[in-house]
Design a protein around this ligand. Sequence first.
Ligand code: 5AD
Ligand code: SF4
Length: 493
Amino acid sequence: MDLITPDKTHDEARQGEALMLDATMGKNNGRKLYIESYGCAMNFSDSEIVASILQEQGFETTKDYNNADVVFINTCSIRENAEQRVRNRLKEFTVAKVKNPGMVVGVLGCMAERLKSKFLEEEKLVDVVVGPDAYRDLPNLIDKVDGGQKAVNVLLSREETYADINPVRLNSNGINAFVSIMRGCDNMCSFCVVPFTRGRERSRDPHSIVKECTDLFNAGYREVTLLGQNVDSYKWAPQTTLPEGEGSEEQADKEVLPLGEDLGGVNFANLLEMVALINPDLRVRFSTSHPKDITDEVLETIAKYENICNYIHLPVQSGNSRVLELMNRTYDREWYMNRVDAIRRIIPGCAISTDIITGFCTETEEEHQDTLSMIDYVGYDYAYMFMYSERPGTLAAKRYADDIPEPVKNRRLKEVVEKQRHYSYVRLQEQIGKVQRVLIEGFSKKSDQDYCGRNDQNAMVVFPVGENYKPGQYVNVLVDRTTTATLLGSVVD
Ligand code: 5AD
Ligand code: SF4
């Protein structure tokens, strides 16, 4: 088994990898890769990086795992049921593997990072386990498996951003694309496994981000979603380097010159502006914002540019200050409300969505009521709502008892869902009679007589197909009615 342990540096691993690449080049030509993703948008984006790395090696992607030479599952660890879903799916691959014993089965992403080589013991089907920062090593690891070994690389990196890799767009409609702007998370929310599975926070070079978005626009894409666990802490410091040929350590102390013309640092507001300026017809979305870090400067940038969407995903998690403190969210109820007030003031009409956890350790009935009243205060357009699920190794698992009985967590969740359903409907109703600028994404799910696309606020709009417009174009749609989740109307251009 090739286990790259943390005492082997990333660079050493990369040197080894470069040698292996020369050896494996060509031999993978025409081999088929099947890749399936679970969890957050970042995982879907990572799968496109993985596909790109393997395409370079001659692999082609397939949509049918029965025909695949390599089957990858990119996993999520955020809640226990996410992990269970992956384990169940792995069982379904068993029949294909029995038919084709040469098939390589790999587990990527957060579960791979969390369970490491234990995965190989627990799931005999699995040949290779690869963490989120080790995808450049995949050709080498597959080669090991081809040679009859099992392989693991779960090394986390402080630098890896895959900045130079041009992702292969998987399952793409050619209109919207995810663009990763940073990796990892330093926030240590006490319930969350992500800082352990995705490592330290690091930002990607803004020039490579702008280039990727420009290339997407030139290829016909019309919407990019900038991704990070906490986009508001995006930070790119000016790069420093030495004049050519003057590389001694002595000189490095004395003379450090900035690289490139733009010498200042780049924060998230600056990055948003850089991407918005690519073209007014390129829509810009982003996720996820953190209430502790979202600045007025970011809000003002959103307000300034028509093509930055008026939609912010601002996870609250709980409406109660004591629970927020236990969660280590580093803001309280008042701070969160103040940020919502700032959004309402600076970007009137901006949609806000959130994440909520019910039944966190020691949460009382009154504290749960604070979450309900926060939903009333904000009137969210949309929410992702979950029961607390204890994750091994997190601060909460170490410090606090998971003491709210499942039926209570569930009942609180139902109350939260019920209230939110009301506001989601109210927010849609408010759009009736208004004209929405919609980017057409394709046929609606239900009928090829209708197109669908999202408005600025991220609501789905459905309207009849017409001769004068097609997917990838913007149209103005007058909304005349809604379902519980969709706006319905007709084009008025
Ligand atoms: N239990 C329940 N929900 C969780 N989330 C993260 N960790 C947990 C957990 N242990 C939720 C948070 C986060 C979203 C992505 O998943 O609400 O914002
Ligand atoms: Fe997890 Fe908190 Fe980081 Fe989000 S900000 S990924 S909830 S630790």
